[in-house]
Ligand binder design. Structure first.
Ligand code: NAP
Length: 278
């Protein structure tokens, strides 16, 4: 098959994968920009990961997104790892290069910051401390990008304190760890609050951290996007805070991957949000 007859394929690998909204998003952009290509969800077990990643470029794939539980494991298989993926310790985007090399990147932190830039342009990263709840993969991406954009101090709390301590020892003196039962104290004077746990997601327990000390000039961002208006965001809006939902991060993190794979930079607008919400 000649190169011009080849239909570029991309997709998302994970286990399970049924919940992923990425196929709707990327296929919408392919249609919108009149591009040849297809984006498919692929259920791949850990034991098949290496074989699958070896086979995909031969089948015409230009790259894939990576989701739970493979985000860390793919770093071991990559020939090239971007600085931000190495710093976060996980990749969400793979590029199968023409020279046969496997390139791993992490665009979660980029998506997180772009979402705030688009939806809370009044937030000045240098204006004061950020309070981050959680210490999993998403929190790592959040902390790395907050440091990159110049947030002076990052307060962090996690149910399992050891994971928060691990973040502090990697990311350094700008990070301060708070006891889980005292997480409400991080809210005093915070200019940004980020929920990077799964608390508040449909069928999960509600976000338990008290917001009494939060002032109305804080921006509150929940990475959870099912539901779009989480109890945390509802409560914060009641205090008068600017609130930002997690859907925008999902959309923005996809932009650099789509651009790399299909040579077109997609735009995020209301139509894009509606497509993903369907
Ligand atoms: P992860 O690595 O599994 O981390 C989960 C985090 O949630 C940990 O900090 C965990 O605390 C905490 N947690 C879970 N259940 C809890 C409970 N019952 N009580 C207290 N803490 C609890 O997952 P992740 O990849 O970081 O994702 C975290 C959330 O962010 C998920 O809801 C995910 O959907 C969302 N996310 C959104 C985007 C987006 O684009 N909007 C991108 C990535 C992730 P322990 O350490 O104590 O277990």
């Amino acid at each position: 098959m000649s190169d011009e007859n080849r239909i570029p394929l991309a997709g998302v690998i994970g286990f399970p994968i049924g919940h992923s909204r990425s196929p709707q998003l990327h296929n919408h952009w392919l249609r919108k920009y009149g591009l040849r290509g297809q984006y498919v969800p692929m259920n791949i077990k850990h034991s098949d990961l290496e074989d699958a990643i070896g086979a995909l470029p031969k089948l015409g794939f230009v790259g894939v997104n990576v989701t739970i539980p493979h985000k860390e494991a793919v770093l071991w298989l990559a020939d090239l790892v971007t600085d931000r993926a190495a710093l976060i310790g996980a990749a969400n985007t793979l590029i199968f290069r023409d020279d046969g090399k496997l390139h791993a990147d992490n665009t979660d932190g980029y998506g997180f910051v772009e979402n705030l830039r688009q939806n809370a342009p009044e937030w000045d990263p240098k204006s004061g401390h950020a309070a981050v709840i959680g210490s999993g993969g998403a929190a790592r991406a959040v902390v790395a990008s907050l440091i990159e954009v110049g947030v002076p101090e990052i307060y962090i709390s996690n149910r399992t304190r050891a994971r928060a301590e691990a973040l502090r020892s990697e990311f350094g003196a700008r990070v301060t760890v708070f006891e889980w039962v005292q997480a409400g104290r991080m809210m005093k004077g915070a200019k940004l609050v980020v929920n990077a746990t799964s608390l508040g997601m449909e069928s999960n327990p509600e976000f338990p951290v008290p917001l009494d000390a939060l002032s109305s000039d804080a921006v509150v961002n929940d990475l959870v996007y099912t539901p779009l208006e989480t109890p945390l965001l509802r409560h914060a809006a009641g205090i008068g805070c600017k609130t930002v939902d997690g859907l925008g991060m999902l959309l923005h993190q996809a932009v650099p991957a789509f651009e790399r794979w299909f040579n077109t930079r997609p735009e995020i607008d209301d139509e894009t949000r509606q497509i993903v919400l369907q």
